[in-house]
Design a binder for this molecule. Structure first.
Ligand SMILES: NC(=O)c1ccc[n+]([C@@H]2O[C@H](COP(=O)([O-])OP(=O)(O)OC[C@H]3O[C@@H](n4cnc5c(N)ncnc54)[C@H](O)[C@@H]3O)[C@@H](O)[C@H]2O)c1
Length: 258
């Protein structure tokens, strides 16, 4: 990825941080965007130390149109013409559907779906104008494909289902521009988000992963990052409109296993 400039949203933590560092280790320039300014600036320093050709951490709320536009402009000023974008920032709020507060429901959709739309739109405006192609990778979830019982996961699942449809649609629309649009589907991955998920505490998630995930454990952020780096890089030059599942076998398993 030497010579590439990559924007990563949600770069301050978890999977986004792992992707920023993986791109940095491959010599790319990396612009991290995150609502947590301190975290993303600290990851920018780590990225430089890891070998990034350039690095910047930018405070950005992906659910705000102005913030995303300003974030991409600042990213290009700092690292040059962007050719790869990882639209990854997301949140999870769970509640039984009949008790879900409208404000909380809207926030999940605003960040995970509208925020991904705003990130992709800004990326596409730059890539289309430049005319030299590019790669966009979004972060979906198994919740886009199957239901998880008992977790009040409806807003999150709806947001990721929408994102998954957005990815397929954008892939078709921008193929003629040489812009590839794909998604990664991380399974239960050991990040701070998991602690706030339907499975409760991280220790509970680790225990249930031993029983529920065919590979018998949670994923690591660096394992998801390896899949994302492949989708961002020219090694996946004939891949667009796809979902790369990185979940330890979870989605392959029938819920009716006994
Ligand atoms: N961890 C998992 O098990 C898992 C599984 C499937 C999908 N995902 C998805 O992976 C992505 C990354 O999650 P993670 O597990 O690394 O979580 P995380 O909480 O560790 O990281 C998410 C990052 O996004 C940032 N963020 C949140 N809202 C934002 C906003 N409005 N604007 C900009 N940045 C914002 C946070 O500050 C944080 O740095 C999310 O889209 C999540 O839905 C995670």
């Amino acid at each position: 990825m030497r010579g590439s400039a990559v924007v990563v949203t949600g770069a301050g933590s978890g999977i986004g941080r792992a992707v920023a560092l993986a791109c940095a280790r491959r010599g790319a320039a990396v612009a991290g965007l995150d609502i947590d300014a301190d975290a993303v600036r600290s990851v920018a320093e780590e990225s430089l130390a890891a070998g990034a050709a350039g690095s910047v951490g930018i405070a950005c709320d992906i659910s705000s149109e102005e913030s995303v536009q300003a974030g991409f402009a600042a990213a290009e000023r700092a690292v040059g013409n962007v050719d790869g974008v990882f639209a990854n920032a997301g949140i999870e709020v769970n509640a039984p559907l009949h008790e879900f507060e409208l404000e909380s429901w809207r926030r999940v959709i605003d960040v995970n779906l509208v925020g991904t739309f705003l990130t992709c739109r800004e990326a596409l405006r730059l890539l289309v104008a430049r005319g030299s192609g590019g790669s966009i990778v979004c972060t979906s979830s198994p919740a886009a494909f199957v239901g998880f019982s008992g977790g009040g996961n409806s807003a999150y699942a709806a947001s990721k289902g929408g994102l998954t449809a957005l990815v397929r649609s954008a892939a078709l629309d921008y193929a003629e521009h040489g812009i590839r649009v794909n998604a990664v589907v991380p399974g239960a991955t050991d990040t701070p988000m998991l602690a706030s998920g339907p499975s409760g505490e991280i220790e509970h998630a680790r225990t249930s992963a031993r029983h529920q995930v065919p590979l018998g454990r949670l994923g690591r952020p660096d394992e998801v990052a390896a899949a994302v780096v492949w989708l961002l890089s020219d090694d996946s030059s004939y891949v667009t409109g796809t979902h790369l599942v990185c979940d330890g076998g979870l989605l392959a398993k029938s819920a009716n296993d006994f």
